[in-house]
Write a protein that binds this ligand. Structure first.
Ligand code: ADP
Ligand code: MG
Length: 511
């Protein structure tokens, strides 16, 4: 018999201009695993953060074991039996496993190491979690071990609902398998599990129930047996099975006569875990061509952009292969820049902007922009500020106040600043852009796509990495798919959205 533990009705949540949740109904049952699926930005994390008391919903009701609940804090949700393992671990790396668990339990003051170690070891065995010696320092554990510590932390108190947000993103395939065994065990012991994921195959192999969110709405759901990979992919990407043929690809984009501006040859690399993140990737982008690399995040996009930009990140091992821009081998970011590369990085907070610097200064961050702006090594602040105003206006940055620190802007406006700097560069020969329109509204998104197509028409080589099928379709270029570090394609121009979506989910390239 199924017993509903958690029931949500009409949950709404708005962040400024974004309606993250537009009235969501959701329920999950004791002893079952529920997968919450959806593309990036669908509202999965927000919904679960509402459940865990991190956000108050603007509207809607929540019931736990039939009783209406309203959380005033995450602690209150935790006391009621809701535990959440977040996408980013929240462990103190210099402390031991036992001390981290003690903190989660609310212990205060000095820990008596030997007693604490015994307590935590007992707790771990009761929860059937293999954490090894609890006296080990967390910073020295593997990612999979750290995740088990996070789960143990989540389970220190009695738990009715355990939520895991994208728990497999950082794990090796073996660790994923171990996690799934653990989650099945916990479910068998009566806990309701909600796992947030955008990986179809994982959801289908693990879950008893599935719910698919798209743009803050539930677009489908039900017991596992009602779904297969194709129907789920169709739901996630909003394309009925057998959907329309894809837009025509501009014929000029395939002109093989011109030498490629971007030439990536047989690039492979592993990450620190030894997992292959780029697997023999070769890609050519010619002048005037738009190439789209579609893929779900975490399949090598970040690494591909870094390699193209000449960054040899310390996170990559055994990097092989070659990168050339305009015929010149690229071995550093400075070389990539001077060869005319503009980069819109996937993580703009980390790589795209410098928060405390003012907007006009952020616009000059690309090295050669600085060189172009300076006269004998001097910059005219007044001149740069007035130039900045025009550029900020052209890209719709609000407020277009060049002397504000960029950190004061909303995410979407920070993205506009990055775009204004990169796409407005003077000697631009190619653009590598990862999710260039993330966080932008429809009008701004259309303007950016228009700008990218315009740059291509003017002779630049454009490569856009995107997790968003609407963007893939809108850009009307050759489409490749990056899945687990392998680059598939180009897909035939007749490939439908559904086929592209299936390839993104690892269900094989379009037939
Ligand atoms: P998912 O987890 O499915 O990828 P999220 O729940 O993180 O999606 O986000 C849903 C939407 O809400 C996105 O458009 C996102 O940009 C927006 N959003 C999420 N959190 C915030 C926030 N704290 N402030 C502003 N917008 C947010
Ligand atoms: Mg999320």
């Amino acid at each position: 018999m199924s017993e509903t533990v958690l029931e949500l009705n009409g949950i709404r949540k708005r962040f400024d201009s974004v309606l993250a949740l537009a009235g969501v109904d959701f329920r999950c049952e004791r002893g079952s695993v529920h997968a919450l699926l959806g593309e990036n930005g669908a509202g999965k994390s927000t919904l679960m953060q509402v459940v865990a008391g991190l956000y108050a919903p603007d509207a809607g009701t929540m019931r736990l074991d039939g009783e209406t609940v309203v959380w005033r804090s995450p602690e209150e949700a935790r006391r009621a039996g809701i535990a959440m393992v977040h996408q980013h671990f929240m462990l103190v790396p210099t402390m031991t496993i036992a001390e981290n668990v003690a903190l989660a339990r609310g212990d205060r003051g000095v820990f008596r190491a030997s007693q604490l170690g015994k307590d935590v070891a007992r707790l771990a065995s009761e929860r059937r979690l293999d954490i090894g010696d609890p006296g080990r320092v967390v910073g020295e554990l593997s990612v999979g071990e750290q995740q088990r510590v996070e789960i143990l932390k989540a389970l220190v108190a009695p738990t009715r609902v355990l939520i895991l947000d994208e728990p497999t993103a950082v794990l090796t395939p073996d660790e994923v398998h171990e996690l799934f065994v653990l989650l099945r065990d916990l479910a068998a012991a009566g806990t309701a599990i909600v796992i947030v994921t955008h990986k179809l195959a994982e959801a289908l192999s693990l879950a008893d129930h599935l719910t698919v969110l798209r743009q803050g709405r539930v677009v489908g759901g039900g017991p596992r047996r009602e779904f297969d990979a194709a129907s789920l992919a169709a739901l996630m990407v909003d394309a009925p099975a057998g959907a329309e043929a894809r837009r025509g690809v501009a014929a000029a984009t395939n002109d093989v006569g011109t030498a490629p501006v971007v030439a990536l040859d047989h690039v492979s690399a592993n990450d620190v875990r030894g997992v292959r993140v780029l697997d023999d990737v070769s890609l050519r982008v010619r002048a005037g061509q738009v190439v789209v690399v579609a893929g779900v995040e975490g399949n090598g996009q970040t690494e591909l952009v870094e390699v193209l930009a000449g960054v040899a990140p310390s996170s990559l091992r055994g990097l092989r292969g070659s990168v050339a821009i305009a015929g010149r081998a690229i071995r550093s970011p400075a070389q990539a820049r001077s060869a005319g590369l503009a980069v819109v990085p996937p993580d703009r907070q980390r790589d795209g902007i410098v928060g405390p610097l003012e907007l006009w200064e952020n616009l000059l961050l690309a090295e050669d922009e600085l060189r172009a702006a300076s006269r004998h090594g001097w910059l005219s602040r007044e001149r740069e500020i007035s130039r900045a105003v025009a550029r900020l206006r052209a890209y719709g940055v609000r407020p277009a106040n060049p002397t504000l620190p960029v950190a004061a802007l909303s995410g979407g406006n920070q993205q506009r600043v990055v775009l204004a700097r990169e796409l407005g560069r003077s000697r631009l020969r190619c653009v590598v852009a990862a999710n260039p329109t993330r966080g932008l509204d429809l009008a701004a998104t259309a303007a950016v796509h228009e700008r990218l197509r315009g740059l291509a028409a003017a002779g630049a080589a454009i490569a856009v990495l995107s997790t968003d099928l609407d963007e893939v379709a809108a850009l009307a270029g050759d489409v490749h798919v990056l899945y687990r570090g392998r680059l598939l394609g180009p897909l035939p121009p007749s490939a439908t959205r559904l086929e592209i979506g299936r390839a993104m989910a690892g269900l094989g390239a379009a037939a």
